[in-house]
Design a protein around this ligand. Sequence first.
Ligand code: GLA
Length: 434
Amino acid sequence: MAAVAGADFATLSVRVSTRWINNFASQSVHHQVKLPQLRRAAFRKSFGRGLRMKRILLFAIFSGALLMTTLAPIGATPQPGSTTKKSFGKTPGGQAVDLYVLTNKSGAEASITNYGGAVVSLKVPDRNGKLADVVLGYDTADGYVNDKSYFGALVGRYGNRIAHAQFVLDGKTYTLAKNNGENTLHGGVKGFNKALWTAKILPAKDGQSLELSYLSKDGEEGFPGNLKVSVIYTLTDTNALRIVYSATTDKKTVLNLTSHGYFNLAGQGSGDILGHLLTIQADKFTPVDAALIPTGELRDVAGTPFDFRKPTAIGVRIDQDDEQLKLGGGYDHNYVLRRSAGVGESLAARVVEPGSGRALEVWTTEPGVQFYTGNFLDGKTPGKGGVPYPRRNAFCLETQHYPDSPNQPKFPSVILKPGERHHTITTYKFTTEK
Ligand code: GLA
């Protein structure tokens, strides 16, 4: 029906436009040198049809161009290989918040807001080329202002927990903001996820890039040093989202930056992720206490429900009678990645969603990854398109240093000194399987 109606409409427009052209043409003829009657008739006969066709063609091109220029500012479909910016709302203080839409050459799309640096949507193809948005999030800045789940956000200064909201550096005790019982979670009450970042579209050889910068002032949430942070997101033309983090400080401090994407490879809002097949490149994980603070032990995954060394459905063991799973309400644990220091990015994890065939590989320079199964999601806050996000509707793979490292001398160091540059890379690569 729609096609038939469309065809009728096209015929009608051609008819109307032909008449319009003819009227216009006959008017303009009056201003031309008058030809003898006969010559005009002969001329019309031989060239009339051709001219009419040319006029119709010209008119079609003209109206097409007009239509395109009218639609472009309304933000119809972003063009492949482009980055556009649009309004996303306001902060509680009235500052404008923007949304940047990065579209790669094959049509995959990442939308990123400068509020909290959050990845708002990420549209990647399934095995048949059909795009779906594979991350949880909100439709406007307001959602991110009120968010308590860190959907898609940049997390800092310290990803995950610091016990008792304090640490000691060079004999001095630093007291941090408490926002998770007695502890500091994801940077404190106002972490980087609640900051308005400065955005700049950057040229990129292999895709579309956006740089976000933020100055975290000395003493912010209790952390020492003025910390200059830059995060460069690149959506590559091969469907990877690369995140390059860098930072410098003017006082010795601790730092652990991550990105808190909540993924559902079947599409956001499409149900739980228990059937996704997960592999993690780790032989050990860091068990936690009742407050989800690591005990300091590095425990073998072998013989436990934490063993994801071979592709395993996330849900098959999640409700087993296991002390660690009970403490986390599911998986909410840091894995010790099987990687050698200083070799660039290594594969951390791989996830496949059998229904759509979408696969995600996480590559990183970081020593750990927090595998979290959205155990605290409760479906009460509507997400994008008004869909609820119930418990375990997404998984997170937050590449990072281990939680509570500032208080755990055996964990790799998270100290950043003046004169040094913090530099880490994490890439989320999307492909498909049959
Ligand atoms: C991390 C933590 C979880 C939870 C989420 C945010 O993944 O490990 O315990 O706090 O962030 O809700």
